[in-house]
Design a protein around this ligand. Structure first.
Ligand code: PLP
Length: 393
């Protein structure tokens, strides 16, 4: 019997990007299955266990039957708890009705862009930047407007450049501090300057603050408390990074009132809700003891020293000291290989999985991105493997 093969994909798929970290991870796992040793510095997730009291809270909720559908906006208890967390960590009051819970921070990125952008609208986003920003912007048919971050300023933007990029067509400005992929942290003055410039426009702001609790030098500042920003800012945080809960999929955001209903509708149309036992675990994370998250940050601080000193000791490599998150974005222009080829060969030949800077935008063509969410011992071994590889070039 002859049948017709299914075929035809949506043209819009050509505009949907991806996150290279997941494909590099897959290749690294393949090499490991073939018996090779690989040090994982590619994927952006804490290598610590989720704190025990959080796992216990989930178990208790499972036993209590918290295993059914629940409200797409999130459990009222978690929305209250997250509002309290925002008050404690940012010093501003948001009513729980404006706090939404999603399956990680990622859906907020995608759905916010879909909720505000019409084809032709411009969206400003950091370059280099988390690749999902550009993917979502292109998918929505909006115009991506990259805001360069400058290595020689520890990856801050230039205020004049931001001012020049803002236009009547700017629908949304995405900020991310502490920053993936560079570890850069915007200072209070830079945040205030961005707030003053954006206040004169009709743009929404999406402030991606998923690394807000991972700061080593200086202070965390959020644009949401700048004049005129509260009613235009989607302030996004989540459990993934702070509490080593990447696989639980729970993020939350304070959302301007006009965006509450659209975002809830996106959740209802896609995931329905975050599993209620996960939301109970998130409440335990946000309300529970802080010793484990704090110890994690202290260990990241020590690893930062190991990785930055190690990279700076390699021929042709220079690395800024990042003030937050758990990434470094070393410049490898002095190595006699293009950065993308260096990244590929470090994995295949030296057993060190890193990402090419271009995974985060063309501006990263001279850089690699390393996540230092790995033990000090493995970080030292990775530096040794990199040295051996680079010295024989
Ligand atoms: N935003 C940034 C800047 C990230 O680096 C990540 C994850 O790597 C996310 C958002 C997504 O986090 P989540 O696990 O909460 O979806």
């Amino acid at each position: 019997m002859r049948t017709t093969a299914p075929g035809g994909l949506a043209a819009s798929l050509a505009r949907l990007g991806t996150e290279t970290a997941f494909s590099v991870l897959a290749r690294a796992k393949e090499l490991e299955r073939a018996g090779r040793s690989v040090i994982h510095l590619e994927i952006g997730e804490p290598d610590f266990d989720t704190p025990l009291h959080v796992r216990e809270a989930a178990w208790k909720a499972l036993q209590a039957g918290q295993t059914h559908y629940c409200a797409s906006a999130g459990l009222p208890e978690l929305r209250e708890t997250a509002a309290g967390y925002f008050r404690r960590t940012r010093g501003f009051d948001v009513p729980a009705e404006r706090v939404l819970v999603g399956t990680g921070a990622k859906p907020f990125l995608f759905f916010t862009v879909l909720a505000v952008a019409n084809p032709g609208d411009e969206i400003i986003y950091p370059d280099p930047g988390f690749p999902i920003y550009e993917s979502a912007i292109r998918f929505a048919g909006a115009t991506p407007v990259p805001l360069p971050l400058h290595e020689n300023r520890d990856f801050a933007f230039d205020r004049d450049e931001l001012e020049a990029l803002l236009s009547p067509r700017t629908k949304l400005v995405i900020l991310n501090s502490p920053h993936n992929p560079t570890g850069g942290v915007l200072s209070a003055e830079e945040i205030a300057a961005a707030g003053r410039l954006i206040a004169d426009t009709g743009a929404w702001v999406l402030s991606d603050e998923v690394y807000s609790q991972m700061i080593y030098d200086g202070e965390f500042a959020s644009i949401v408390t700048e004049p005129g920003m509260f009613d235009r800012t989607i302030m996004l945080d989540g459990c993934s990074k702070t509490y080593a809960m990447t696989g639980w999929r729970c993020g939350f955001a304070a959302v301007p009132e006009p965006l509450v209903d659209p975002l809830v509708r996106f959740f209802t149309n896609s995931t329905s809700c975050v599993p209620p036992f996960v939301q109970h675990a998130a409440i335990a994370a946000l309300e529970g003891p802080t010793d484990e998250p704090l110890a994690m940050v202290e260990e990241f601080r020590r690893r930062r020293t190991v990785v930055v000193d190690g990279l700076n000791s390699l021929p042709g490599v220079s690395c800024r000291t990042p003030a937050g998150a758990f990434y470094v974005f070393p410049n490898v222009a002095g190595v006699p290989l293009p950065a993308a080829e260096l990244a590929a060969r470090l994995l295949e030949e030296a057993g060190v999985a890193v990402l090419a800077g271009t995974a985060f935008g063309e501006i990263g063509r001279d850089n690699l991105r390393l996540s230092y969410a790995n033990s000090q011992e493995n970080l030292r071994e990775a530096i040794m493997r990199m040295r051996t590889f680079i010295e024989q070039l």
